[in-house]
Design a protein around this ligand. Structure first.
Ligand code: PBG
Length: 327
């Protein structure tokens, strides 16, 4: 191929020309806002390592949800932080547990105007901080954990979640949750599978966000950063088990994985721009080392360009407001 007369700069000459020829553009509807609610708070509690993100009270969570609706944001992903934790993570299956109550409160506030997603995982609820219950040797017990996930899922569906997000990386979790939902009459509640979730250092600030009790790491259940092909196996397994959407997580260090999954997935593909990715950009911007808004927009656009149809980002509301103002 040879185009001796071609000068690509012609299409970059004016903002209007660049806008016309842009291959990708962001839309608030594809963004999902992850949000934390902590039991027993009277005021929202700032998360130091995630400037601008808080642990919500019921009131401030409801406000954040209705603001998201006004901004045209596509969804919200809820995480709960209980007052009491135990080895089995009982607060997760308690219908009056912090997360289940928050789901009901948000659903009462926004109805069907926002897709309400919730985290089906035990790490916020266990006193040891692992995503499942432990066996006698202290190893996360896959199948005992699945049974608890099934019960958590039904309570979250009953509370009013539209989409459940099992993030624990137990084998078979999507199948068990699907079955539990169907048995309980929740055929229309969807599952977004954290299909390719890697054991990542970038989850660091999330530990503060949920007051995690974890010592050690999650390498026996989350994926190894060295593996690319294996992500496709994880996605295929989750699809076979009935996943309605699949996710790649983290996003920015895994854009190759995201592109691979986008190329083969017959269902919508999500990517989660996680706490550490947020923190890095906020920290550099706070130091004046990068332009905050441009770095945020560029990072999220990169995730979209790699193939994400849905992007979970702590900047969802702010980004949606920018997109609205530039319309
Ligand atoms: C597990 C879970 C984690 C995140 C979402 N769900 C933590 C982990 O796997 O260690 C991380 C999200 C983020 O870092 O923003 N329930």
């Amino acid at each position: 191929m040879s185009f001796p007369q071609h000068r690509p700069r012609r299409l970059r000459t004016t903002p209007a020309m660049r806008r016309l020829t842009a291959e990708y553009r962001l839309d608030p509807a594809e963004l999902v806002l992850p949000a934390f609610i902590r039991e027993g708070l009277s005021e929202p509690n700032p998360i130091t390592s995630m400037p601008g993100v808080v642990q919500h009270t019921t009131e401030t969570l409801k406000r954040a949800a209705s603001e998201a609706v006004e901004l045209g944001v596509g969804g919200i992903m809820l995480f709960g932080i209980p007052a009491e934790r135990d080895a089995a993570g009982s607060a997760g299956t308690d219908p009056n547990g912090v997360l289940n109550k928050a789901i009901a409160d948000v659903r009462a506030e926004v109805g069907n105007d926002l897709v309400i997603m919730s985290d089906v995982c035990l790490d916020e609820f266990t006193d040891h901080g692992h995503c499942g219950v432990l066996d006698a040797d202290g190893v996360v017990d896959n199948d005992t954990t699945l049974e608890i996930y099934g019960r958590m899922a039904v309570e979250q569906a009953r509370a009013g979640a539209h989409v459940l997000g099992p993030s624990g990386m137990m084998d078979g979790q999507v199948a068990v949750i699907r079955q539990a939902l169907d048995d309980a009459g929740f055929q229309d509640v969807s599952v977004i599978a954290y299909a390719a979730k890697y054991a990542s250092a970038f989850y660091g600030p999330f530990r503060e966000a949920v007051d995690s009790q974890l010592t050690g790491d999650r390498r026996t259940y989350q994926m190894d950063a060295a593996n690319r092909r294996e992500a496709l196996l994880e996605v295929e397994l989750d699809l076979e088990e009935g996943a309605d959407m699949v996710m790649v997580k983290p996003a920015m260090s895994y854009l190759d994985i995201l592109a691979d999954v986008a190329a083969m997935s017959p269902v919508p593909v999500a990517a989660y721009q996680i706490s550490g990715e947020y923190a890095m950009i906020e920290a550099a911007a706070a130091n004046g080392w990068i332009d905050r808004r441009r770095a945020i927009e560029e990072s999220v656009l990169g995730i979209k360009r790699a193939g994400a149809n849905i992007i979970l980002t702590y900047w969802a509301a702010e980004l949606a407001a920018w997109l609205k103002e530039s319309k």
